[in-house]
Design a protein around this ligand. Structure first.
Ligand code: ZN
Length: 195
């Protein structure tokens, strides 16, 4: 009985939340989903790829810029899942999903910045992406200094790693740090790039 009461209270809370903060499409504000089917279908994946770093989309696309900004500022909850799904579809269409012997990792941000920001966007997307592939997410890198950036990699010996960053900024330096620490293969994947 008490369990039933708890469940109906939780349901009521969710309904109240939905009334106060309705789920609207980040692209067109239509009610129902964070990214409606119509907006999903307008996403263009980048065909022209840098050999060492794959980027799913261009942040010059207005919809991608909207998703990216809303996610980074944490204006809308749940966009980490949306970004991960976009990256997953991108790799799926290119037939470049990593094999089962890969692990997922992410570009760290400096602890001071993380304390201010409250989260690491790269890690949030990486964890959701790993769930889609049923793969482990490992914290393999630490950012020990900013300007110039210094990264420290650990426990990477003989690993095959899919490394994730939201936009293309520091992923190359991180991939180099992982290789120096013994990783056998590092695939770099970013949600967007701004060129
Ligand atoms: Zn929409």
């Amino acid at each position: 009985m008490r369990q039933d009461f708890k469940l109906s209270t939780q349901r009521l809370n969710l309904q109240l939340l939905e009334m106060l903060f309705p789920t609207l499409c980040v692209g067109c504000r239509e009610y129902g989903m964070l990214l409606c089917r119509n907006c999903w279908n307008t996403i263009e994946f980048l065909e022209d790829q840098n050999k060492q770093i794959l980027s799913a989309c261009s942040s010059r696309q207005p919809l991608i810029r909207k998703i990216f900004n809303a996610f980074n500022c944490q204006l809308i909850k749940g966009l980490d899942v949306t970004c991960a799904e976009i990256m997953f579809k991108f790799l799926l269409e290119r037939q470049e999903l990593p094999s089962e012997d890969f692990v997922i990792s992410f570009v760290p941000i400096h602890p001071r910045r993380q304390a201010i920001q409250g989260f690491n966007p790269n890690e949030a997307i990486a964890r959701e992406f790993a769930k889609l592939l049923n793969m482990p997410t490992l914290t393999l890198l630490k950012k020990t200094r900013e300007k110039p950036n210094v990264y420290k990699a650990c426990d990477s010996e003989s690993l095959k790693i899919l490394l994730i960053e939201t936009s293309l900024t520091e992923i190359k330096e991180c991939a180099e740090a992982l290789k120096e620490a013994g990783a056998t293969e590092v695939i770099c994947l970013t949600f967007a790039r701004d060129f």
